[in-house]
Design a protein around this ligand. Structure first.
Ligand code: ZN
Ligand code: ZN
Length: 356
């Protein structure tokens, strides 16, 4: 059971108990997909404290977890709950990146010294880095559906459509073909809007011969996909577009060819960044090369100049270099890869062309 791996981590840092509140971590450990609840874990017991909206769901989704019926009163129930779990006077970890200052104060007031709350970081996230076969299977489905949606939209998109119309067509395709949700708000950015890496779709009409970027993904069986394609309709936005597009394409390929398990995130980032620097566009590639994804669309590890840790085999990563020139437009290409000992395996398959 996944919770036993958390117990191992707890033992390493002398924690007797652990409270999991972060939604994807809660789901990863327990299978519970609801939006509210706290996992209470000790060496011997593990339970899920939630309110009555979810009692039935927990019984169905989490047969191995004790249902702790606390209603909306988790904070009030804490002293008794922790005592029941044998955690009175013990060290209990919580997720510092997820618990607000206000919640922590309320917990401490309720406990009144009856247990020591210990801030932790990344305990469950580190377990989520290496994907299991069932997780990979779900991700493959989400990625294949995003690929298919791109193929659909490449046929559908025409000059005169607005960014919002194209976003809706993409989203409705994914939803009607099995997506449970979108991984994030789809990006459809045209003309100068494509110079903003995270532009929101607008009522702007798309024209032939201008830069267009689509960045989107969907959720299948709880797991996310994330893909970006940039192109022009009918004709390239000048020679410069082809030069920028080819530079991004080469940068992406350099990272895909050179990355393997055990390299630091910064080293993989540099594979792509060097290509863009050499072409003279280094100032226009501000963000990191990629991120892990899974139950959440952005997870650790990262391919980034700021991420010095190694990226292990079994991690699923995006590779998404971009060049963004203010006032003109931008190009980003994003694919998903599985990190393996001797290289990376490309999981996304949507075609990449500069002009459609
Ligand atoms: Zn993306
Ligand atoms: Zn991404």
């Amino acid at each position: 059971m996944r919770v036993d791996n958390l117990r191992q981590k707890m033992a390493e840092v002398q924690l007797d108990g652990f409270l999991v509140t972060q939604p994807e971590n809660r789901r990863y450990l327990s299978g519970f997909s609801g939006s509210a609840g706290v996992l209470v874990v000790s060496a011997a017991r593990h339970g899920l404290a939630t309110d009555s909206r979810y009692y039935e769901q927990v019984r169905q989704q989490c047969p191995d977890w004790e249902l702790l019926e606390v209603g909306y009163g988790f904070t009030k129930a804490m002293p008794q709950l922790l005592a029941d779990f044998g955690l009175a006077g013990k060290r209990v970890g919580f997720e510092a990146a997820d618990v607000s200052v206000a919640a922590l104060q309320a917990w401490q007031e309720s406990l009144d010294g009856q247990a020591e709350l210990v801030p932790t970081e990344g305990a469950v996230e580190s377990l989520r880095m290496r994907k299991e076969p069932a997780e990979l299977a779900a991700m493959q489905k989400a990625i294949a559906l995003a690929d298919e949606a791109y193929m659909y939209i490449a046929e559908y998109i025409e000059p005169g459509m607005t960014e919002l119309e194209v976003a809706w067509a993409l989203e409705s395709y994914m939803r009607t073909h099995g997506a449970q949700a979108l991984s994030f708000e789809s990006i459809v950015a045209s003309g100068p809007n494509s110079a903003k890496p995270h532009a929101h779709p607008s009522g702007r009409k798309i024209s032939a011969g201008e830069p267009i970027t689509l960045d989107f993904g969907c959720v299948v069986d709880g797991y996310c996909s994330d893909i970006t394609r940039s192109f022009c309709l009918d004709a390239p936005a000048g020679e410069r577009y082809l030069e920028v597009w080819n530079t991004v394409r080469q940068a992406q390929q350099a990272a895909i060819d050179g990355a393997r398990a055990g390299m630091s995130g910064a080293a993989v980032d540099a594979l792509a960044r060097d290509v863009i620097n050499r072409a003279g566009y280094g100032d226009y590639f501000g963000h990191g090369l990629g991120h892990s994804l899974g139950l959440a669309v952005h997870e650790n590890p990262r391919y980034s100049f700021t991420y010095q840790d190694e990226v292990p085999a079994g991690a699923v990563m995006t590779v998404e270099p971009g060049i963004y020139i203010p006032g003109w437009g931008g190009v980003r290409l994003e694919d998903v890869v599985l990190v393996e000992e001797n290289g990376v395996r490309l999981l996304s398959a949507a075609p990449k062309v500069a002009v459609i």
